[in-house]
Design a protein around this ligand. Structure first.
Ligand SMILES: O=C(O)CCC(=O)C(=O)O
Length: 262
C-alpha cells in the first residue's frame, strides 16, 4: 500500500525516498557482481550490425563508469525489476508499468555535475480523477552511501509541474533555485517522476559512489522509438527473458512485440 503521505510527497516534490529497502549484505552482493563487470572490456560486436549505439561500458565522463543493460550482463540484477517493495509504487504512480532501461553509475572523486535534465516533459505528469500518473518513472537503488559530497543525485522539487522554463545551462548544480541533494544510505531507494529536473552533484570525497537505475514507462509509451542508440540495452532477448519470473515477464512484455534480434 502506498500511504496518503507518500502520495502527497510524490505529487508535491516529484520524488520520494524509501529507506533501507535493501540490506547491506544485498548491496554488497550486487556490488561484488558489478565491480567485476566494471573491470571488464566489452567487444560489443552488435554495434557493427546495428550501425552504432551506446556501448555497454561508458567511461567518456571523467571519474565515472556507466554500464548499460544490467540484466544482459548478469542475472543478479533481475531481482530489482519487480522488487516487492517497489511494486505498489510502480502501479500507483505509473498505472501500467513497463521496464525500459537499466544502468549503473559509479563515480570517483572528481566526477563533475553534468547538466540538468528530465526524461519526459512536464506534460507527461498528471493528476486526474484521483490518479497520479507519470509516463516515465525512475528508480534509483543506492548500493553505497550517497552523502551530499559523494556525487549524489540532485533534483528540483516540484519541477515535474513547473510552468516556467529557465536556462538549464546557465544554472548548474546549486546555481539552480531550490536544487536539493537526494542523500541516503546504501540500501535506500529513490523513486522519481522523470519530469523532475535532476542530475548528479560533483563528487569531492574518496571512495566510489554506486547507484543502479531502473527506469519504467507507461505501456502506451513507444519504447523503441525513444532513443534508437540505446535499444540494444533496453531490449532483453528471449534467452534472457526465459529466466525471468512471471511478474518480471509482465513488466517486460513489450519485448515480445519488438524486433531487435539480429
Ligand atoms: O547519479 C547521478 O550522478 C545522476 C544520474 C542521472 O541523472 C541519470 O542517470 O539520468
Amino acid at each position: 500500500m502506498v500511504s496518503i503521505e507518500e502520495r502527497f510527497q510524490f505529487d508535491l516534490a516529484g520524488f520520494i525516498i524509501l529507506r533501507g529497502v535493501l540490506s547491506r549484505a544485498e548491496c554488497d552482493e550486487l556490488l561484488n557482481v558489478l565491480r567485476k563487470l566494471e573491470g571488464q572490456d566489452y567487444e560489443d560486436l552488435w554495434l557493427q550490425k546495428t550501425g552504432g549505439g551506446r556501448p555497454t561500458k561508458e567511461t567518456n565522463r571523467d571519474h565515472q563508469t556507466r554500464l548499460n543493460g544490467l540484466p544482459r550482463l548478469h542475472d543478479a540484477f533481475d531481482q530489482l525489476i519487480d522488487h516487492d517493495t517497489l511494486m505498489p509504487y510502480l502501479n500507483e504512480f505509473v498505472g501500467a508499468p513497463q521496464l525500459i532501461n537499466t544502468w549503473s553509475i559509479s563515480k570517483a572523486r572528481g566526477a563533475a555535475f553534468s547538466s540538468w535534465h528530465r526524461g519526459v516533459p512536464t506534460t507527461d505528469y498528471a493528476y486526474r480523477n484521483g490518479d497520479i500518473r507519470t509516463r516515465m518513472f525512475n528508480t534509483v537503488w543506492f548500493l553505497t552511501d550517497n552523502g551530499p559530497d559523494d556525487g549524489c543525485v540532485v533534483a528540483v522539487p516540484g519541477s515535474h509541474k513547473s510552468n516556467i522554463d529557465i536556462d538549464l545551462k546557465t544554472h548548474p548544480a546549486y546555481e539552480m533555485p531550490n536544487a536539493t541533494p537526494i542523500t541516503g544510505k546504501a540500501g535506500d531507494l529513490v523513486l522519481f517522476s522523470e519530469a523532475t529536473l535532476h542530475d548528479g552533484l560533483p563528487k569531492t570525497t574518496d571512495g566510489t559512489r554506486t547507484n543502479l537505475y531502473y527506469n519504467y514507462v507507461h505501456e502506451h509509451y513507444n519504447v523503441m522509438y525513444r532513443e534508437p542508440r540505446n535499444c540494444h540495452h533496453f531490449y532483453f532477448p528471449p534467452d534472457i527473458r526465459a529466466r525471468l519470473t512471471d511478474r518480471q515477464k509482465e513488466l517486460t512484455a513489450w519485448m515480445e512485440l519488438a524486433r531487435w534480434d539480429y
